[in-house]
Ligand binder design. Structure first.
Ligand code: MG
Ligand code: MG
Length: 267
């Protein structure tokens, strides 16, 4: 246990302020991209918008070139769960698109994802997105000083299971974040409570439930990136980066200053 703790990066208050700056770039980029989502828009259009937003903010994209990833955001449509590559795909009325964005300011990362309805979507699709977003906030609220790491995944799983019969991805998880996008520890979206490292001030985590309407079985497409639901069902993905602070879970990638207290969020 002690050895595991040693591998978790602890940020100073000043470093968390820079992470908040990076998180705000991510939040503002996702907000602008969200406003652009409509039938007839291509996922490449969304990527162009994100590229300009990140660049204009004086930040750098976390994703571009990451293990060769060719774009600034991930765009995952319908049965695509995560890591979809922007391109010529034209969004259609009724699609559900997940958009994942990361940005770097002065070497510190922010990482967040939203799921957006394209035009009018089915009630089931909207509910899938809402259930996933609510589970993210359940996880964020569990990211408190003194809690154990697995309390987060337990809160997410409990929230989703209370909402219905959904699939929770197990091979893809949240992560520590800070001087790199992906750091220890892994943050599963399921599990028993009261296990793993105790959460202390200065830790920062990216919490990101990935949920399917049907089976949680997924596979990777021939582009070696896009992860799709094997049963072809709809999927949703919501993510925030959060700092563990004495004042509570500070949501670094929210548009406004938000702490994930019982009354805080979703924004
Ligand atoms: Mg992400
Ligand atoms: Mg992430």
């Amino acid at each position: 246990m002690f050895r595991r703790r040693e591998h978790i990066e602890i940020k100073s208050d000043d470093q968390l302020q820079v992470m908040r700056a990076a998180g705000l770039v991510v939040a503002q980029t996702l907000e602008r991209v969200r406003q652009l989502v409509a039938p007839g828009v291509t996922t490449a259009d969304l990527d162009d918008c994100a590229a300009a937003m990140i660049s204009d903010a004086g930040a750098a994209p976390s994703f571009l070139g990451y293990y060769g990833f060719p774009a600034h955001i991930c765009t995952s449509v319908n049965d695509e769960v995560v890591h979809g590559i922007p391109g010529a795909r034209v969004l259609q009325e009724g699609d559900l698109i997940s958009i994942d964005c990361g940005a770097i300011v002065d070497g510190w990362h922010g990482d967040a994802a939203i799921t957006v309805a394209v035009g009018q979507v089915s009630g089931d699709s909207q509910r899938l997105s809402d259930v996933t977003q609510a589970s993210l906030w359940a996880g964020l609220r569990a990211a408190r000083v003194g809690a154990r790491l697995s309390d987060i995944g337990h809160a997410i799983q409990t929230s989703i299971e209370a909402a219905g019969d959904y699939g929770i991805l197990e091979d893809y998880v949240g992560h520590g974040i800070g001087s790199a996008m992906h750091l220890e520890p892994s943050v599963p979206n399921y599990g028993k409570p009261g296990r793993g490292p105790r959460l202390v001030p200065g830790m920062a985590l990216a919490i990101e439930p990935m949920v399917t309407a049907g089976s949680a079985k997924v596979h990777t497409m021939s582009d070696d990136w896009t992860v799709v639901a094997s049963d072809g069902g709809m999927s949703a993905h919501w993510e925030h980066s959060v700092a563990i602070t004495q004042a509570g879970p500070w949501v670094l990638t929210a548009l406004d200053e938000v702490w994930a207290t019982p009354s805080g969020g979703p924004e």
